[in-house]
Write a new protein. Structure first.
Length: 344
């Protein structure tokens, strides 16, 4: 292929990518529930496969799995929804108390001979902004799950289709055996990533909730759910989840409890990020820090708060798809965080 044809090919590909993004953004009200349904179905697929291996009928397996989904989502929605309402109502008082604490800290520092203006510090530090951002993100996810009937029905149809999909592919594709092996390998990789990541994120959320409950920080379930969701975002997700809670602990309980809160987040994320997750997932699904940040911006712009939460799983799926195609494998290497380890 000549250089001119290569340039034209890249321009056409870039234009198609921009058009696809614009279409996804315009149809976000439909696409976001569909994405949530697909992710839920992928996570539940191993459970359904286990039931079917024990000779449980397909319809009963799906009924049991969907029932579990409804119980889990409804319970979390009720607990988090109530916590969000209460937290939003108390946010002005938290902001006022934080300003009083900062004023006391500034006075103490000035007493040591330094000269710091309280108005300048107040202008730079706005704890309510970050707290409100976390609440808005959780509220955005809740609004996406508002049409729960649509999400659950879509999950049911996806699970039914997953049972028949291998047979349909075998009939539809010319080179059925090789194509089916490649497709199953891709689906298995995506499924393994989502199941392990979800399990590890649940563990993170539970540990954070218990630690905050022991310390007496307000709304431990709310912050545990945010830690669970933001654990899908590597590198910066744990920081985003920890900062508002540390601020709240500082306002509510003082500097010691704030430090213990930060220590709890640090220990949980060090253990999960450096020992548990690499052991079961490996490092082959890592993304570079720049790709993580750009993914947050891109998917957040396209799909809003839900897009930010699903940005890394979406990018991981794109990476797996790029790896499956020899022509695009180089792109997968470019966005990887440890390409030398993958090659080894």
């Amino acid at each position: 292929m000549s250089d001119q044809h290569k340039g034209t090919h890249w321009l056409v590909s870039l234009a198609a990518f921009v058009i696809i993004l614009a279409g996804l953004k315009a149809a976000s009200q439909i696409v976001v529930p569909l994405m949530l349904s697909i992710f839920i179905a992928i996570i539940c697929a191993p459970m359904m496969a286990t039931l079917r291996r024990h000779r449980v009928p397909t319809w009963l397996s799906i009924l049991l799995v969907v029932g579990l989904i409804l119980i889990g989502i409804s319970s979390i929605a009720l607990l988090v929804g109530s916590a969000i309402d209460n937290f939003s109502a108390q946010l002005p008082s938290y902001k006022l108390r934080f300003a009083e604490e900062v004023a006391g800290a500034v006075s103490a520092i000035n007493g040591l001979g330094f000269h710091i203006s309280y108005d300048q510090v107040k202008g730079y530090i706005d704890p309510s902004a970050l707290m409100q951002m976390v609440v808005n993100t959780l509220s955005g996810l809740g609004s996406a799950l508002t049409n729960l009937v649509l999400v659950v029905m879509t999950v049911v149809f996806i699970l039914f289709e997953a049972v028949e999909l291998p047979r349909k592919l075998a009939l539809a594709l010319d080179d059925a055996a090789q194509s089916l092996v490649g497709f199953q390998s891709f689906i298995k990789s995506v499924n393994r990533y989502l199941v392990i990541k979800t399990t590890v994120s649940v563990l993170t959320g539970v540990c954070i909730t218990l630690w905050l409950w022991v310390l007496g920080v307000d709304f431990p379930i709310l912050w545990g759910v945010s830690a669970f969701l933001l654990n899908f975002v590597p590198n910066i997700g744990s920081i985003i989840a920890a900062v508002p809670v540390v601020m709240l602990a500082f306002v509510q309980l003082g500097a010691l409890s704030s430090g213990l809160t930060a220590l709890g987040f640090l220990i949980v994320n060090l253990v999960v990020g450096n020992f548990i997750e690499p052991r079961y997932m490996g490092r082959g699904l890592g993304l570079s820090t720049l790709v993580v940040f750009l993914s947050l911006l891109l998917w957040g712009w396209v799909f809003g708060p839900v897009g930010m939460l699903l940005s890394i799983p979406l990018t991981i799926i794109v990476k797996l798809a790029l790896e499956a195609n020899p022509k695009t494998h180089w792109l997968a290497i470019m966005i990887d965080s440890h390409p030398e380890e993958d090659k080894a």
